[in-house]
Each structure stands twice: as structure tokens, then as C-alpha cells.
Design a protein around this ligand. Structure first.
Ligand SMILES: [Zn+2]
Length: 294
């Protein structure tokens, strides 16, 4: 059963799976009703129940906005859209063709989540081309009594978008400012460090009142300090790792350095676990190699 919470006027957070398996989904009860994300296919029945529990009919849902097409955010969009052909799916132009033909997406998902990801998450089904709409940076979509503005937010992946809600002055931030429980942005296989930092700077200038994050609930108190901290920690840890790699240091030495950085700058509850830390260091290592920096 979903936990449902109204997190701003007309915006409901639906939590159906614990992270990291699934992200939270937001339902916007505008004159035009919308979902931000669908989560993976396995939760679609629960998601439909939640929408009905809120007094809305999924067969009348207008829009699905996807921040990006990773499995935990959008794996179920094909399953949803097939059942409800009236719904329009908004996605970044670079994500659109992978929704219509998910064969590449399925290969990448197997690489990230394992060959048998379907057992846990359900199938990734195609979305019919006629239901997919692409969005440009800065474009505004009217929901009748409120508007969503598209903010391109590359970094976590090249095709990520955030959505700024005029009514709450809130930002649906996807994985742009915090993934899971960390104060370092955990980079993924298709992340770009420079773009992560640029996106943080862009969101700091935007200065939203509240952020509806995909893995950490709503953040309002100290939001800009939080974005600044994630930005700085992500950048500083990258710098520490790059310097260590150039000095020829081993994984263990690098992990100790990041560990002491965390002790100094990151509150205990947001520090990386040993496994995550190892993954992050490996990611930076591959990234700097690919860029020819180390
Ligand atoms: Zn993601």
C-alpha cells in the first residue's frame, strides 16, 4: 500500500517502494492532472489504487512528466501508457526514442540492475509514439490553475529535466540534487561531473522554495544550503580523487581520504556506506580516465 502525503497545495507524494528500488512519485491535482514519474512497472497497480484513493480516475489523467528514463523513475511508463491511451508522456528529446523503442534502454538497465531486473521491477514496455511529447528547456506547460516550467538539468544523465511549479514555487528535482541518502551526488554510468556542477549552479540561481526530490522527500528548510553542500561535496570529492589518482594512490588510500573529508564536512546520516564509497571512487576513476585527466 502506498504512503500518501500532501507535500504542497495540490501536490501529493506517493511512496510505493523503498529506495533504492523505486523513487517516490508525485501526483499533481491541477485542472489537468499529472504524474511526475511512474516508477517501475511492478508498482503500477499500486499507483493506480493511490490515484483512485485520492478521488481521481487514472483513465482521465492528462500528463506524465518524466525527469529521466532510468528504471526506478520511468520503467513502468510503457505499462501505464498502454492501459491509458489518453495520457501524454513528456520527456527530454534525447529520451524519447528510447521510450518508443526501449531495446537499448533494456540493455543498459541489465548492465545497471542485472540480467533479471524484470523479476524485481517488472518489464519495460514501449510507449506508443503518438503519446510521447518532447520538451525544450524553458518551455512552460499549463495545467490550468498552475504551470510547470521545464529546466534542463544534465549531469546525473544527459537527458535529465527538472520541473518548476509556479504555484508552490517548488522544483521536481529528479536526481539532480540528491540521490538516495547522500550529500554527494552519487554519479551513475552516464553522469557528467562538469554538467552536475553547472546544473547545481543553475538551480541555486533559480532558488526554489521547496524541492520535491525523487529519493529523499520534500526539502524546504535550508534548501539552497543543501544544494550548495551537495555541489561542493561532489566537486571537492572529485578533486581529491583526481589528485590522488595522479599521485598513483590505491583505492584504499583514496577511500580513507574521502572518509576524512566526509567526517569533516558531511553530517553522519548522509555519509556514504563503504560499498557506495567504493562505487563512487570507481566511477570517478573511470570518468577521469575517459576524459584523459588521470
Ligand atoms: Zn537516475
Amino acid at each position: 500500500m502506498a504512503e500518501i502525503a500532501e507535500v504542497a497545495d495540490g501536490i501529493y507524494r506517493l511512496s510505493l517502494l523503498r529506495p533504492p528500488r523505486g523513487c517516490v512519485i508525485h501526483f499533481i491535482a491541477g485542472e489537468r492532472t499529472s504524474l511526475i514519474e511512474t516508477g517501475p512497472a511492478v508498482i503500477i497497480p499500486g499507483l493506480l489504487d493511490s490515484i483512485r484513493q485520492l478521488g481521481y480516475d487514472p483513465a482521465k489523467l492528462d500528463y506524465i512528466f518524466l525527469t529521466h528514463i532510468h528504471l526506478d523513475h520511468a520503467g513502468g511508463v510503457g505499462t501505464f501508457a498502454r492501459q491509458f491511451p489518453q495520457v501524454k508522456v513528456f520527456v527530454h528529446p534525447r529520451g524519447a526514442r528510447h521510450l518508443v523503442d526501449p531495446s537499448r534502454l533494456i540493455v543498459d538497465t541489465k548492465r545497471a540492475y542485472g540480467e533479471k531486473f524484470e523479476d524485481q521491477y517488472g518489464f519495460i514496455l514501449p510507449v506508443s509514439e503518438g503519446q510521447v511529447r518532447t520538451l525544450e528547456d524553458g518551455e512552460v506547460i499549463s495545467l490550468g490553475n498552475r504551470e510547470l516550467r521545464v529546466i534542463y538539468a544534465p549531469g546525473h544523465c544527459a537527458h535529465q529535466m527538472c520541473f518548476y511549479d509556479s504555484k508552490s514555487e517548488g522544483l521536481f528535482s529528479g536526481d539532480a540534487i540528491a540521490a538516495f541518502g547522500s550529500n554527494i551526488l552519487l554519479p551513475g554510468a552516464d553522469s557528467d561531473l562538469d554538467a552536475i556542477i553547472e546544473t547545481h549552479d543553475k538551480l541555486l540561481r533559480l532558488n526554489p522554495r521547496i524541492a520535491f526530490t525523487s529519493h529523499r522527500g520534500a526539502l524546504s528548510d535550508g534548501l539552497s544550503a543543501h544544494i550548495q553542500a551537495v555541489r561542493d561535496n561532489t566537486k571537492n570529492c572529485g578533486d581529491i580523487i583526481l589528485e590522488a589518482l595522479r599521485a598513483g594512490e590505491e583505492q584504499e588510500q583514496i577511500a580513507r581520504k574521502i572518509g576524512s573529508y566526509e567526517k569533516e564536512f558531511i553530517p553522519a546520516e548522509y555519509r556514504l556506506g563503504a560499498e557506495e564509497l567504493g562505487n563512487v571512487i570507481s566511477w570517478y576513476r573511470n570518468y577521469f580516465k575517459k576524459k584523459g585527466l588521470a
